[in-house]
Design a protein around this ligand. Structure first.
Ligand SMILES: C[S@@+](CC[C@H](N)C(=O)[O-])C[C@H]1O[C@@H](n2cnc3c(N)ncnc32)[C@H](O)[C@@H]1O
Length: 220
């Protein structure tokens, strides 16, 4: 799928990994279609979106912590989707929707001011200069996010890649629709209240890396 008036979106990451177990195959066939987000029929109450939800550790933990919200996870890597489905089933979570695809067509379909919070946690850094245009934090994607986020909504972005951190700050500070309310280093060196650790983050911390946690807000 692509923009209504432009070329299709190209996704550069991995979509398939190891073979799925029979249980995972069943979850993909039976549970995943029931969790597909439909932008025309969004549930009532707060809507939180996680872009690149990976194996679903953060998505499912936040869903358990916040039964009042509905969380939409987007993850094109099928093995991550299968793991997430396993956790949703094991924990009996009824407030998670899951899309096994690129987030960008979904963003195009969501109504204006419909999302209360968005997480982009440890996005692929695409370190080579010629690959920077693949980064999910881009002016075009920020424009889409600015449209769908409610005024005052949080956009939380974490990374352990310092070049990407500078890129993120540059793009967000240049964007007229976002503010960066940080006041002191602890506001980006420490995870925000209520943060739940992701798999990628746990690995980075084990290696001794010090991730940064940015919290931006959609301005009013
Ligand atoms: C480095 S991983 C981090 C996963 C997870 N957030 C974590 O911290 O463990 C980045 C994830 O973003 C996903 N991703 C990349 N481009 C995406 C896109 N356009 N839409 C949704 N997810 C995307 C990738 O498939 C990958 O699983």
């Amino acid at each position: 799928m692509g923009r209504a008036d432009g070329p299709p979106y190209r996704f550069y990451g991995r979509r398939r990994g190891k073979r799925l177990s029979p249980r995972q195959e069943r979850l993909i066939d039976d549970l995943l279609p029931r969790l597909a987000p439909d932008p025309a029929r969004l549930p009532a109450g707060p809507l939180w979106l996680e872009i690149g939800s990976g194996g679903g550790e953060h998505l499912t933990a936040q869903a358990a912590d916040h039964p009042e919200a509905t969380l939409i996870g987007c993850e094109p890597f099928l093995e991550g989707v299968a793991k997430t489905l396993g956790m949703i089933e094991d924990e009996g979570l009824g407030n998670v929707l899951l899309l096994d695809d690129d987030v960008r067509p979904l963003l195009d379909g969501l109504p204006d001011s419909s999302v209360d919070r968005c997480f982009i946690l440890f996005p692929d850094p695409w370190p080579k200069l010629r690959h920077h245009k693949r980064r999910i934090v881009s002016r075009e994607n920020l424009d889409s996010l600015a449209r769908v986020l409610k005024p005052g909504a949080d956009l939380r972005i974490a990374t352990d890649h310092m070049d990407y951190a500078r890129w993120i700050l540059r793009h967000l500070l240049a964007h007229p629709d976002f503010d960066w309310p940080a006041e002191r280093p602890g506001d980006w060196r420490l995870p925000p209240a209520g943060h739940r650790r992701t798999r990628y983050e746990a690995k980075a911390l084990e290696k001794g890396d010090r991730p940064l946690y940015f919290r931006f807000t959609r301005n009013t």
